[in-house]
Design a protein around this ligand. Structure first.
Ligand code: NAG
Ligand code: NAG
Ligand code: NAG
Ligand code: NAG
Ligand code: NAG
Ligand code: NAG
Ligand code: NAG
Ligand code: NAG
Length: 593
């Protein structure tokens, strides 16, 4: 490596900043276990779940599923038949699975089966989340002596360690060149920035289509296919429990899904619950994506609360007085601080600043600084202090802090795709594969007029975070691959008591102010799932369970997994911590000891 590690840190951070897989992806905190220590290709994919020891106390499997579930939508009888055929040589995907086993053996009466998890994205790897979060989630859901769960992370088809891989670029080198080009384009809030990005991403869509060599995975990675894969995991897990009989269930009873989905994972959960309502056992969704907005691909909702979340940052700084380095003595309110930062951002939109450091040239652009702010919103409690320091330095023309490894670590680690460092590099391609394939619109409709109205819509919601969102949205510009097996609704599930209803109503979580999945989406979702309940957790951040600890929320989640009961719709839960400058710690919040 020619670059010093320090330069590399910045460079790789900048690269990752331009690939915001984080559209609907919450942050994951520093892992304890190195994901590269296990050789996945040493496992032969099988149609039954065969687990192998991995990562100390975990177990891993590769589940073989048909690549194409179409023609079998709700009909499990015919699926089984089709499956037999595929088993004899049809095209298939291998789903990577990592499980943190329950603290009791499956034969124990308190063993309560697996809870599947999805970290969002789309594109987030569930195997990574199981490693990073498994223990914390298990402690959250277990009722000692009564109910003990496996935490099961899987990589949705096309992503992570699942195969085939949703890659458009033929090599890492080509992928890095693509990312560098994207990093150098002007902000989408300028005409030339918008047109350059539209055209580049349109080309990238064509590149993805031309790549026929990879199992044609892009035609088969809709969210509906992933939901069907989850059902397969549930079926196979049930068969596997204990000594091969279905533990704790009467044979006639169909096994049901137990699930926690974050961010995009709420759309995945919603899709599953709508396609297979009578196969839902427990479902917690946290940080809600609006399903109709998502499948229309219009991005009219995601960022409506983003500026509100940014205001909380400036208010936190103002309230900290002289302890916040970004506050100046003459400031009369939080908006004085904001105006100073915003006018700086406008100035570098036109004239970026080059900084020579460690034998390299780094360009500080509006895009770079805005992405720094946007990604900090994923983790307000942990990151506000670092953000304030770094912004104060930049405004004063002091870039030492910006380029220090500590700052890079603090800021970059909060970038969803760097924490944990993605164990795969084609996350942005996978994200497009899912988002674009799920949405109605076809490439022909996604022309320049489409790009302009999309940009206007997103910028109107949030000027500060629009660059990040638009790179995701414009990723569909040239997308011309329509999966057959898709689910476009109607979304919803019947009331408890109905024979095709979930065993327990959905438990829906949100913070008060979420910059990526606003609270109003949670209430919208609840209207379609009868008997469901929204719990609103005090404070800001993306996803309640991940942005702060809350004894109240934890209690509700544990009780839900124990008995299936939800509290009153609209229940408010206080948070145990709130963002402060300087950061004072938040016991129990992963990564903030
Ligand atoms: C992983 O396993 C595959 C198949 O057994 C083998 O070919 C490969 O060399 C292994 N890789 C490493 C790094 O051990
Ligand atoms: C399901 O598939 C089986 C076998 O292909 C067929 O006999 C049955 O009619 C189907 N049921 C429905 C509800 O489509
Ligand atoms: C398997 O375990 C169950 C209890 O979980 C028991 O009832 C059953 O007899 C066992 N079957 C065999 C074949 O050991
Ligand atoms: C620049 O920032 C660094 C790190 O934040 C700090 O240590 C240093 O004192 C600052 N330099 C000046 C001239 O303010
Ligand atoms: C873009 O597509 C829309 C919908 O298909 C069409 O009405 C419009 O005329 C197109 N605009 C341009 C500039 O091609
Ligand atoms: C059960 O739910 C279905 C779908 O929502 C509905 O059509 C049906 O009327 C319900 N049955 C009863 C008994 O409520
Ligand atoms: C929960 O409350 C929201 C907001 O008042 C409402 O729109 C929704 O229909 C309620 N959900 C249920 C299942 O009643
Ligand atoms: C935490 O919540 C539980 C109920 O879930 C309650 O019994 C307990 O007193 C709470 N602890 C604190 C410190 O608030």
């Amino acid at each position: 490596m020619i670059a010093t590690s320090q330069q590399w840190a910045l460079w790789s951070c900048a690269l990752l900043l331009v690939s915001p897989t984080g559209a609907f992806l919450p942050p994951i905190h520093p892992r304890q276990l190195d994901p590269t220590t296990f050789n996945w290709s040493a496992i032969t994919p099988t149609a039954d779940l065969r687990y192998h020891p991995c990562f100390d106390s975990f177990k891993c499997a590769r589940l073989r599923v048909p690549l194409d579930w179409s023609g079998t939508a709700q009909n499990l009888t015919s699926v089984t038949r089709k499956w037999r055929r595929d088993e004899d040589g049809g095209a298939y995907a291998a789903i990577a699975i990592t499980v943190l086993p329950a603290v009791v053996p499956p034969t124990d009466p308190s063993y309560a089966g697996p809870i599947l998890i999805n970290p969002g994205g789309p594109g987030g790897a569930g195997t990574d989340m199981a490693l990073a979060y498994g223990k914390a989630l298990q402690q959250l859901v277990d009722t000692p002596g009564e109910r003990h769960f496996d935490i099961l992370g899987f990589d949705p088809r096309g992503t992570g360690k699942s195969t085939p891989s949703a890659m458009c670029y033929p090599s890492e080198f080509d992928r890095a060149i693509g990312a560098l080009q994207l990093a150098s384009f002007p902000s989408v809030s300028t005409e030339i920035g918008l047109m350059t990005q539209f055209e580049y991403l349109r080309g990238e869509g064509q590149l993805c289509k031309s790549n026929e060599g990879n199992g044609d995975i892009f035609r088969y990675m809709s969210t509906a296919s992933v939901a069907r894969d989850m059902l397969e995991i549930v079926e196979r897990s049930a068969v596997l429990n204990g000594n091969g009989t279905r533990v704790g269930r009467r044979c006639a009873e169909k096994p049901r899904l137990q699930y926690i989905g974050f961010s995009y994972g709420t759309f995945l959960g919603n899709t599953f619950a709508s396609m297979f309502p009578d196969r839902v056992g427990r479902m917690v969704v946290d940080g809600i994506v609006d399903a109709d907005d998502y499948i229309a691909g219009i991005f009219s909702k995601n960022a409506v609360d983003a500026e509100k979340a940014i205001d909380v940052f400036y208010q936190t700084c103002f309230d900290a007085g002289e302890l916040c380095p970004l506050r100046q003595t003459q400031d009369g309110s939080a908006s004085d601080i904001r105006q100073r930062v915003d006018s700086f951002l406008r100035s570098i939109e036109e004239s970026p600043i080059s900084v020579v450091q460690n034998g390299g040239v780094n360009l500080i652009t509006a895009f770079f600084v805005r992405e720094m702010i946007r990604t900090a919103l994923y983790n307000p409690i942990r990151v506000y202090e670092t953000l304030a320091k770094t912004l104060a330095g930049i405004l004063a023309g002091n870039y030492t802090g910006l380029f220090s490894p500590n700052t890079q670590e603090a800021l970059c680690q909060q970038v969803p795709e760097t924490s944990p460092p993605q164990t795969y590099t084609w996350a942005r391609e996978a994200t497009s594969g899912v988002i674009c394939g799920d949405s109605y619109a076809l490439a022909g409709d996604r022309n320049v007029s489409w790009a302009r109205s999309l940009a206007a819509r997103v910028i109107a919601q949030s000027p500060t975070t629009s660059d990040g969102w638009l790179r995701v949205a414009l990723g569909c510009a040239g997308w011309d691959i329509s999966p057959d097996y898709v689910f476009h609704g109607p979304f919803g599930s019947p009331a408890p008591g109905n024979k095709s209803a979930p065993a327990a109503p959905l438990l829906i979580l949100s913070t008060e102010v979420d910059h990526a999945t606003p609270l109003e989406n949670a209430f919208t979702l609840s209207r379609f799932h009868k008997g469901s309940s929204v719990v609103v957790q005090e404070g800001i951040g993306h996803c309640a369970l991940l942005s702060s600890t809350s004894n109240c929320t934890s209690g509700i989640v544990r009780e839900y997994f124990r008995t299936g009961t939800v509290p009153a719709n609209g229940t408010f839960c206080a948070s145990d911590c709130r963002p402060e400058i300087p950061f004072k710690g938040c016991p129990g919040l992963p990564g903030s000891a």
